[in-house]
Design a protein around this ligand. Structure first.
Ligand code: IPE
Ligand code: IPE
Ligand code: MG
Length: 250
């Protein structure tokens, strides 16, 4: 299925965002505030993922994309990195069956080659099991970077080009790692920072941005509703004037 690009044509604007993408930030600070080790924040963060997935299913959101580990997060202390990896495997093992029963399709995108063989296998099995599910598509971005995505897309496209081909946006887009999803309508970052941190650089071109100070482990269905309310109060113009947008709605 080909999705309309926000910079080429005007996508439909719905009351409920079709695709929500989240930078789940603030786990470490959530824990430190409670005199707990940072890992306690990551563990609690997994519970928040469960709550938000459930809330998205109930609200009929079609795509939920979660930034779990960035290509820059390898710079963290080795113990924290290895703990995050273990947590990822445990969470997948534990949650995938439940997701499958609920009709959820799971995808994991990023440079997975850097993960150990067991984790790669767990990911493959989870994706294969849930591939045919018709419900919410949950994408976990792991060892993901927006620049990595654009470069890997270009390198794969290049193999299919002739020498004098000039590359267009529409030609590159299908090679991006999330080509199966429309662009995010709503981008959320928890934890108080107001930056993109190399998340979906290409796909966020026309997303509505929402930043909250709430730490990720405290984010749940109510906080999600707040963000959707903010989204619904906005006017998405995609380059047009406000008058053009209201004419179209008449
Ligand atoms: C986000 O929380 C989770 C990951 C990046 C894996 P952080 O671990 O970045 O939490 P803070 O920003 O230090 O509070
Ligand atoms: C971004 O969080 C990546 C994830 C949530 C996985 P970070 O907390 O690592 O982001 P920066 O480096 O502080 O911007
Ligand atoms: Mg952080």
């Amino acid at each position: 299925m080909v999705h309309i690009s926000s910079t080429k044509e005007v996508p439909l604007v719905g009351a409920i965002p079709k695709h929500i993408a989240i930078i789940m930030d603030g786990n470490g600070r959530w824990a430190t505030k409670r005199f707990l080790p940072r890992v306690a924040g990551h563990v609690k963060g997994v519970e928040a993922v469960r709550d938000v997935v459930k809330a998205c299913v109930r609200r009929d959101v079609k795509f939920l994309t979660l930034f779990a580990f960035s290509s820059e997060n390898w710079r963290r202390p080795a113990e924290e990195v290895s703990l995050l990896m273990r947590l990822f495997v445990t969470a997948l093992d534990k949650e995938v069956k439940r997701m499958h029963v609920n009709g959820i399709r799971l995808k994991v995108v990023g440079d997975l080659s850097r993960f150990d063989a067991k984790l790669q296998q767990t990911i493959q099995d989870a994706e294969a099991l849930t591939a045919g599910n018709p419900g919410l598509t949950v994408t976990i971005c792991a060892n993901y970077g927006g620049r990595w995505d654009i470069v890997q897309a270009f390198n794969r496209l290049r193999q299919d080009l002739k020498a004098d081909d000039v590359v267009t946006e529409d030609q590159l887009a299908p090679y991006l790692s999330m080509a199966y999803a429309p662009e995010p309508d709503l981008f959320i970052r928890t934890g108080g920072e107001t930056r993109i941190s190399n998340f979906l650089l290409w796909q966020l071109a026309y997303s509505e941005l929402y930043f909250t100070d709430t730490f990720w482990p405290d984010f749940g269905a109510d906080a999600l509703d707040e963000s959707i309310k903010s989204y619904q109060a906005r006017e998405r113009r995609f380059g047009r004037t406000s008058a053009q947008v209201s004419d179209q709605l008449k």
